[in-house]
Design a protein around this ligand. Structure first.
Ligand code: FAD
Length: 421
């Protein structure tokens, strides 16, 4: 039986990062992947979605360029070509990941694997002895009762990525990151979008002021939405909502969370075989389902470098980006006793240069320490990282006031906000 120091099941961000760090430490590593290396993130998640989002944003920019004096004629898009570009880019990224793993000396087995004992993995009728085993088996789209995927009319986030033609209309169930990003992509490509959210506010995990602003932005754009609303009935392509409204739609995208893909029952962070605990990390652990959380867990597991679970940034992409970290407030009342600034992006010269003035940088502090930040702005994904670094290193509000921020930038919004605290 082939013997390895470490056996990993799953080749997504959790699995390949664990493998690369362990190999760098001189361990012999074997990784099993039943689909494609790169996991959900590279093949069915973060990257393909952002490729579509980029195309949607370019299309919108070109369409609206006359107001800055750039004229284009007959602006149009070819969705099949956009999808082809997405596939080619993913293939390229997958190849370079494969090469990196090969160069690191990691053995890759491209088939389904299962744990036989605390030290044995079986795949393709072969057994492999592994001193340690880590499960990185990820997650898959969750079904809702009555909205079971038929992959034609009722779609999940995998199905929508494989569309070669756009629908004319769509109902999206769930306004988390996936639902909101797809609402933005499809609406930019002139699909009639109706977004349904069961919670009282859109993007329910976000700060209350962020949700309110997103609702305002959606009202100004063509994205229709209903909060506290679900689908009550479907007859053909006629959908009846729980608020009594009916509408016709070409398809439904269910974006209502993901289930972990774990060998072990339940969602605990450890599976037990023969009384030995096997580590489960990434989406499979059923905690925070984000690629950068998965890689932080891998870093801690292999290199013993800790991360702060309370300081994992969240980002929703699109125009404008939405990002937050730290404490999230559900209402104005909850903010009592804290210091807060909401700095408008429209006060920044750079935002006017870019034509992206709708948004804000909200920073909440207590006793000179930042306890949360909520940003709607172009580049919010990069801006939030500045706050994460400050929070994780206990850099006080007063200390941040001493920092010089370049001009003209969106970062100046952080500085101007901090100066008001
Ligand atoms: C549409 C969409 C957009 C997203 N956008 C973002 C984003 O912008 N930012 C972000 O941080 N996160 C995003 N995510 C979430 C992100 O993709 C996941 O958090 C991340 O992929 C988790 O990594 P993982 O390694 O734990 O699991 P996965 O990436 O799911 O990888 C698990 C791998 O294990 C394999 N596997 C499972 N069982 C077995 C078995 N028995 N044998 C062999 N192989 C097996 C699977 O085939 C899979 O390749 C998005 C997700 C989706 C669906």
């Amino acid at each position: 039986m082939a013997t390895f120091d470490l056996g990993i099941i799953g080749g997504g961000p959790a699995g390949y990062t664990t493998a690369l760090y362990a190999a760098k430490q001189g361990k012999s590593v074997i990784l099993f992947e039943k689909n494609e290396l790169g996991g959900t993130c590279l093949n069915r998640g973060c990257i393909p979605t952002k490729l579509f989002l980029h195309a949607a944003e370019v299309y919108q920019e070109i369409k609206n360029s006359a107001k800055i004096g750039i004229y284009t004629e007959n602006t149009r898009f070819d969705f099949e070509k956009i999808a082809e570009h997405k596939d080619i880019t993913i293939q390229k990224l997958r190849k370079s990941l494969e090469l990196m793993m090969k160069q690191a000396g990691i053995t890759i087995v491209k088939s389904e694997a299962k744990v036989i004992s605390d030290t044995v993995i079986e795949s393709n009728k072969e057994q492999y002895s592994c001193e340690e085993i880590v499960l990185c088996t990820g997650s898959y789209p969750k079904e809702i009762k009555g909205l079971e995927f038929d992959h034609k009319f009722i779609l999940n986030s995998d199905d929508i990525l494989n569309l070669k033609q756009l629908p004319k209309s769509i109902v999206i169930v769930g306004s988390g990151a996936i639902g909101t990003e797809w609402a933005r992509i499809l609406s930019a490509f002139e699909v009639e979008v109706t977004l349904l959210e069961i919670a009282p506010q859109l993007v329910p995990l976000a700060d209350w002021e962020v949700s309110k602003r997103i609702e305002r932005q959606f009202k100004l754009s063509k994205i229709k939405f209903h909060t506290e609303t679900s689908i009550k009935n479907i007859e053909g392509n006629k959908v009846t909502l729980s608020n009594g409204e009916t509408l016709q739609t070409d398809c439904i995208l269910v974006a209502a969370g993901r289930k972990c893909h774990c060998e072990a029952e339940g969602t605990s962070a450890e599976a037990i075989f023969n009384n030995k605990k096997l580590k489960i990390i990434g989406d499979a652990a059923g905690e925070i389902q984000l690629a950068h959380y998965a890689t932080s867990q891998a870093k801690e597991l292999v290199l013993n470098i800790p991360y702060r679970k309370d300081l994992i940034p969240s980002v929703i992409y699109g125009t404008p980006e939405i990002a937050w970290v730290g404490k999230t407030f559900k209402s104005k009342e909850e903010e009592e006793g804290y210091d807060k600034v909401v700095f408008p992006i429209s006060a920044l010269g750079k935002a006017h240069c870019d034509g992206c003035i709708d948004g804000f940088i909200k920073i909440v502090s207590k006793d000179n320490k930042i306890i949360g930040a909520h940003i709607i702005s172009k580049e919010a994904s990069a801006l939030i990282q500045q706050i994460v670094i400050a929070m994780q290193n206990d850099i006080t509000v007063d200390k941040l006031k001493e920092v010089c921020f370049a001009h003209p930038t969106y970062s100046e919004g952080i500085f101007e906000g901090i100066m008001q605290l």
